[in-house]
Write a protein that binds this ligand. Structure first.
Ligand code: HEM
Length: 158
């Protein structure tokens, strides 16, 4: 694994950083640019329907990058010397990744439930399923993502 890592280090870090950019950047764009703009839609059914559609597209976009982030992280863990500060920071990042992925899975599930209710015409119930995503769950993942980015910079060249 060490030889594989040395031969492909630039590609592996590129995939790792690109995945982080798309996951964290995607969430920030939705939270800061798209979500507030959606509030200007007055018709509740259209507003909720479009919101669910946008969330679906975001969740499907980031899924492969969540997996690539972990894959490249594992390659780096196996290839670099896993000891001292490198080991403890890597473990912290793994914990962050796990919490972010669990949170992502929960949001994915809630959105799916909301879509089913929406299709049955149960608008209020559908809205209740996703109501804490923009104000709680998405900001938690954005915050954790930024901490993971910072720890990535700390790990650089260790
Ligand atoms: C799954 C656990 C993770 C491990 C073990 C891990 C490991 C690493 C390592 C070893 C580096 C340094 C590469 C080098 O030598 O330059 C790195 C860099 C980086 N990581 Fe992670 N990572 C993990 C998860 C994440 C997550 C969840 C994010 C963000 C969402 C992230 C974002 C970054 C970024 C942006 C860099 C590059 C920083 C720079 O410019 O130097 N990582 N990561």
């Amino acid at each position: 694994m060490q030889t594989f890592l040395i031969d492909n280090i630039q590609l592996i870090i590129l995939i790792h950083v690109l995945s982080a950019m798309i996951w964290v950047g995607g969430m920030i764009a939705i939270r800061v640019a798209v979500h507030p703009s959606m509030q200007s839609i007055e018709e509740p059914k259209i507003k909720l329907g479009k919101t669910l559609m946008i969330m679906k597209r975001l969740f499907h976009l980031v899924l492969p990058f969540i997996l690539l982030l972990l894959l490249t992280a594992i390659i780096m863990i196996l290839g670099f010397k896993f000891e001292g500060n490198f080991a403890s920071i890597s473990l912290t990042k793994e914990t962050i990744w796990t919490i972010m992925t669990l949170n992502y899975s929960y949001m994915y599930y809630k959105r799916h439930q909301a879509e089913k209710l929406f299709n049955l015409g149960k608008l209020a119930e559908a809205k209740a399923q996703v109501s804490n995503i923009p104000n709680l769950l998405l900001p938690i993942n954005i915050g954790l993502g930024v901490i993971a980015l910072y720890l990535g910079v700390v790990l650089r060249g260790m």
